[in-house]
Write a protein that binds this ligand. Structure first.
Ligand code: AP5
Length: 220
């Protein structure tokens, strides 16, 4: 399956993407994680991306699209993928359509995770991620690690993301509403959008997502 996951910052896209990718046996491709890996390796791309991310802005399309394309062309993504954080505006969505059309492929669904602003703010404020791998995500209240400050998966140090400060989160939410939400209408016009609530325990949200994707698949 080829799926795009969309939703405001803190809705739980990364959390759900890890679980859904495992169930659906496709790679989880997160442009945010790819940027963070470049930042920790101190690459030129990482240095460029950091300045935009820390301000809560989108990294320019040119570098983002090239990075996403490169990842989608890896052999493990041949049979499908779950995109988390890409596309994030209409021009990225058009670039993805173009890429898929060239390869004779198409998207199966766009899963839209809905969560009210007060909930995403709480989720982001308590989020802690692993220094070794930003896909290892915890929460001070909702998902505490066995040992405070230590990643359960690999033993790495847990820290708060630089872009999770209150001001930057406000900016990221504004960018989501103005630049990312329009892709929902773009994909609605293609009949691809499946909307679910991201509220409730993580397991329940995963179950809801899998059921919604199955209904979508059966309906085709
Ligand atoms: P990115 O890393 O994609 O961040 P985001 O979209 O803002 O989303 P988040 O990672 O903040 O949240 P999430 O929805 O994944 O929530 P999570 O699962 O962690 O992007 C960061 C930046 O990179 C962007 O601002 C931009 O600068 C740049 N970028 C990335 N892609 C780009 C692109 N395509 N174009 C241009 N720029 C790009 O969950 C949040 C917390 O809640 C966690 O602590 C988790 O444990 C907890 N939680 C999750 N689910 C639940 C639940 N059901 N109940 C209780 N707690 C929960």
């Amino acid at each position: 399956m080829r799926i795009v996951l969309v939703g405001p910052p803190g809705a739980g896209k990364g959390t759900q993407a890890t679980r859904l990718a495992e169930q659906l046996r496709v790679p989880h491709i997160s442009t945010g994680d790819l940027f963070r890996a470049n930042i920790s390796r101190q690459t030129e791309l990482g240095k460029l991306a950091k300045s935009y991310m820390d301000a809560g802005n989108l990294v320019p399309d040119e570098v983002t699209i090239a990075m996403a394309k490169d990842r989608m062309e890896q052999p493990d993504a041949e049979g499908g993928f779950l995109l988390d954080g890409f596309p994030r505006n209409v021009s990225q969505a058009e670039a993805l359509d173009e890429l898929l059309t060239t390869e004779g492929m198409k998207l199966d669904a766009v899963l839209d995770l809905e969560a009210p602003e007060e909930e995403v703010v709480k989720r982001i404020a308590g989020r802690r991620i692993c220094r070794n791998d930003s896909a290892h995500v915890f929460h001070e209240t909702y998902k505490q690690p066995a040992k405070a400050g230590v990643c359960d998966v690999c033993g790495g140090e847990l820290y708060q993301r630089d872009d999770d400060s209150e001001d930057t989160v406000r900016k990221r939410l504004e960018v989501y509403h103005t630049q990312t939400e329009p892709i929902i209408d773009y994909y609605k016009a293609q009949g691809l959008v499946v909307t679910i609530s991201a509220l409730g325990p993580v397991d329940e949200v995963t179950k809801r997502a899998l059921e919604a994707l199955k209904r979508e698949d059966d309906g085709r």
